[in-house]
Design a protein around this ligand. Structure first.
Ligand code: HEC
Ligand code: HEC
Length: 305
């Protein structure tokens, strides 16, 4: 704040208070010769209703004085006068910091008890899952959807198909350090004819029909160009996040057109690392939440019954 505005605010604020004080004094004093107990303002309503011209009652005046004193005391204690911080040194920022600190202290013991439980066990703890749901809504749902079912380009976390894996440790790795799946743009090196063929092959891997001649040629292309990452069975490789191309769940889309687009231009899914944003305990709870979302917690308890 420049010193002009600093003084502008001080002069205006104090000037207003002084003006209020003066106004009250001025209206409170009966002016000589003017007011007496029987004098009226001269207005008459409904034939016989008239108004006395008397100063305001004392208690009413005192309310005004108290308000002024309150205002001045407030301005001494709290920030209000330009750059002056107030003698209590209170600020919105420090108040917020204080609240955050208190919140952390209150939740620390809770998170400690969560951290002590293994992920599959935590996934069956309804209270921990309430916390997980809130964390997910605040940190993950923008991309994965509030129900975790994802969208085009963003994985569905509520099914059993995994890009990197759904084991507790893998989930924690993914959330902590992020992931970056790189599908190279192969269109230029393949050329149109091979591109058509290999796209038809991938299309046919999901129980759909494509011209046999194309599929046969496409398989050859796949075995040289794609096998290193997606594997000979095209079921993918969780180490590098190469997607399973046979399970009819699609990250970017399974139409022939979209498959061609993927091969032509490549894809580059980015899951941001959370380690700077969340504590290890929060990540632990989130791993359990995703574990539970994907139905693994239910399976486990069902099989142990
Ligand atoms: C260098 C490793 C690599 C090679 C080579 C590779 N891919 Fe991929 N592919 C990936 C990765 C990683 C992803 C996931 C990309 C992401 O996470 O955004 C992927 C994704 C895909 C997808 C998207 C699947 C979906 O669910 O939408 C298709 C289709 C695909 N690849 C087909 C192919 C074909 C066909 C070839 C060979 C012409 C090929 N890939 C070669 C690594 C590779
Ligand atoms: C900015 C968008 C974004 C946010 C925010 C985000 N994610 Fe992701 N997430 C992705 C993308 C994109 C991928 C796929 C990465 C790839 O293709 O390599 C992914 C992948 C994942 C995977 C791997 C799924 C698998 O099949 O292996 C998990 C688990 C996951 N995210 C959990 C979370 C959690 C938990 C949060 C909240 C703390 C979160 N994500 C926040 C975009 C996001």
């Amino acid at each position: 704040m420049s010193s002009f505005w600093h003084w502008y605010i001080i002069v205006l604020t104090l000037g207003n208070i002084a003006a209020c004080y003066w106004l009250i004094r001025w209206t409170a004093k009966p002016r000589p010769g003017e007011a007496s107990a029987t004098e009226t303002t001269g207005h008459v309503w409904d034939n016989d209703l008239s108004e006395y011209n008397q100063p305001m009652p004392r208690w009413w005046l005192w309310l005004f004085y108290i308000t002024i004193v309150f205002g001045l005391v407030y301005l001494v204690l709290y920030p209000g006068l330009g750059r002056f911080d107030g003698v209590l040194n209170w600020s919105q920022y420090s108040a917020y910091q204080q609240e955050v600190k208190q919140m952390h202290e209150r939740t620390a013991s809770l998170y400690e008890s969560y951290a002590a439980k293994p992920v599959p066990m935590l996934a069956n703890d309804p209270e921990a899952m309430d916390t997980g749901r809130r964390l997910f809504a605040n940190n993950c749902s923008v991309c994965h959807g509030s129900d975790g079912r994802g969208a085009k380009g963003f994985p569905n976390l509520a099914d059993a198909s995994w890009q990197y894996g759904g084991e507790p440790e893998t989930l924690k790795q993914t959330i902590t350090n992020g992931r970056n799946g790189v599908m190279p743009a192969l269109g230029a090196s393949l050329g149109q004819s091979k591109l058509e063929a290999v796209a038809a092959y991938v299309y046919s891997l999901n129980g759909r029909n494509a011209p046999q001649e194309l599929v046969d040629r496409g398989k050859d292309v796949f075995m040289t160009q794609c096998v290193a990452c997606h594997g000979a069975d095209a079921k993918g490789n969780p180490q590098i996040g190469a997607l399973n191309l046979t399970d009819d769940t699609w990250r970017y889309g399974g139409s022939l057109e979209t498959i061609k687009e993927t091969i032509l231009n490549g894809r580059n899914g980015q899951m941001p690392a959370q380690k700077e944003l969340l504590t290890p305990e929060q990540i632990h709870v989130l791993a359990a939440y995703v574990y539970q979302l994907s139905g693994q917690a239910g399976q486990r308890s069902a099989s142990s019954e």
